[in-house]
Design a protein around this ligand. Structure first.
Ligand SMILES: [Zn+2]
Ligand SMILES: [Zn+2]
Ligand SMILES: [Zn+2]
Length: 154
């Protein structure tokens, strides 16, 4: 997906092409899983006058038309990505908060079966992987010798 496709995709979804929408789509596709504040910071480079509030509005409209997917990491602000419709999951590092995409083995929602006794028509089973990323593991191992040596807190 190249950025030149965005105007066509906006039209396809019945949304008018605006500089704000285009800038937000480009910012999100350049760096997925960004929260609104970070999208605002990126978009401001192009559109210095844009407010956080209008970024929120644009994100909301684009999410409603499924041009963006919203992901709510537990305990962190919602973030956005342009990879929609593949039911992929997320792995979150509990130390640094980085988010990685994880392919859905099943391919479509829901990827876990609820027991029939639940008597609910299940549409989605949210799967979130949580752990510690490689960078954090390495940092931890590297600093292990310092632990307990009474290193002063800055
Ligand atoms: Zn990490
Ligand atoms: Zn993702
Ligand atoms: Zn899945």
């Amino acid at each position: 997906m190249t950025s030149s496709d965005w105007p066509a995709r906006l039209r396809e979804r019945g949304l008018r092409m605006t500089r704000q929408r285009l800038a937000v789509l480009e910012a999100v596709s350049a760096a997925p899983h960004r929260p609104a504040e970070a999208v605002h910071a990126a978009v401001r480079a192009q559109l210095p006058e844009i407010t956080v509030q209008s970024v929120y509005t644009v994100l909301h409209d684009l999410t409603a038309r499924e041009l963006l997917r919203r992901f709510d990491p537990p305990g962190s602000p919602a973030c956005y990505e342009t990879r929609t419709h593949d039911n992929h999951h997320h792995a979150i590092c509990t130390r640094c908060g980085r988010i990685e995409d994880v392919e859905c083995v099943h391919g479509e929602a829901p990827c876990l079966q609820a027991p029939p006794s639940l008597q609910m028509q299940i549409q989605i089973a949210d799967v979130v992987f949580r752990g510690i990323c490689r960078t954090c593991t390495d940092t931890e191992q590297g600093s292990e010798e310092l632990v307990g040596s009474g290193s002063a807190e800055a």
